[in-house]
Design a protein around this ligand. Sequence first.
Ligand SMILES: [Zn+2]
Length: 438
Amino acid sequence: MKTLRVVMVVVLAAAAACGPDASNNEGGGDDSPVPDAPVSVQVDAPPATTAGEPGSACACDADCADEGGNDGVCISGVCMTKATGACASAGSTTECPSGSRCWSLDGSDVGPLCWPDCSAHTCAGMCDSDGSCVPTQQSNCEVTCGSACACTGDAQCGMGNRCVQGECVPEMTTGGAPGMGPGPACPGLPARDCTGTGCGSLVTFNPRTNTAWDDYAINGETAANQYRSYLRKDLQMLVSYATSVTACKTATWMTGNGGALGLGDMSEAYGAIPGTSVGSPGHPAGTHVNGYDIDLAYYQTGTANNRLRAICSHMNGTQDAYHCLANPDKLDVWRTALFLGTVFESPRTRVIGVDGKAGPMILSALDTLCDNGWLSTAACGNVALAYETTNMGQGWYLHHHHHAHISLKSASALPPASPLQTGKKRVPGRDPGIHRVR
Ligand SMILES: [Zn+2]
């Protein structure tokens, strides 16, 4: 096993993104049993013994020497080189100079890398279980000049952006940002957590529609036969609670439409993927089964209601790109962030996936809502928002321009996938594709 710290990449039976051609669900979430350590700041990594050599410390790509046809690159404070092509296999040597082996970096678009062997190089980081020199949890580099670094301050992120937990995200100053929370007390909310028996039984929303949620007929359903709208009772309770909190707390917000949140595909009555009974499963195998998953609209602005629809430009001419090509212009980022943040209150929430353009905006808004007291400490410490700004095959990149996807943790989990299987290594302290605000 080659994970660099105790992170379980759990591929649950019901745990992955949705969308018809999210062909690879592996890594569609991270079910870490331990809270993430904060991304620490240490731009001044330990002094290197041989400047520029693979394994030596760096702040910028320019600090790292090329080796033949392999370009030097700075990865979280450790010099490596880029592979000349995709890794033929995990740890292959043909794409790398001698003394380095090929793996990708999970969650990064830097491309395949040549990870220095500790046996061949002096290592400024630490040696992992297969003898590669890897960054430590504390090491970092300059985001402005290194290929895989965490930001440490807003100034590094450029105009209009801010740094949230190592990531540059857009500053959300428009759209009627709410002031200080926590807002109204909201008595009489539906219970958040399911206790006792029957929490795993498949149920429907009751009522179908109220001022908080809107489980309308979608994707071939009729009002008389909402066959795609069954979910676990515990997930139904959580969504009922979080939409009710949102309706109450945001009642006076001047952002977006207000109103109920549209609900999309869940599972079929006996737990099958929606569409199975009509011969057309609408989601990849392993997703939307047994009521662990639900698709939900984004809260919107400038539309008639908050039902599932694209919140952004997603067409390349006549070709649908199936993801946002520009920042969303119909997203009520504040209500969406308050709603998703409320879902994160529950320790049962595994991951919420959103579009790669919406994700950074929502993360930024979540951070502000946490700072301003709208969300609880527990919620702010449990933010597990998944999005892919480039397609890394985790299943979130496509088909989330018109909905978010909530996945609940299962009671039991499968063993983690090892880097031998995935061909990817990780940087300690960073969850690939999973973005956290606290
Ligand atoms: Zn889904």
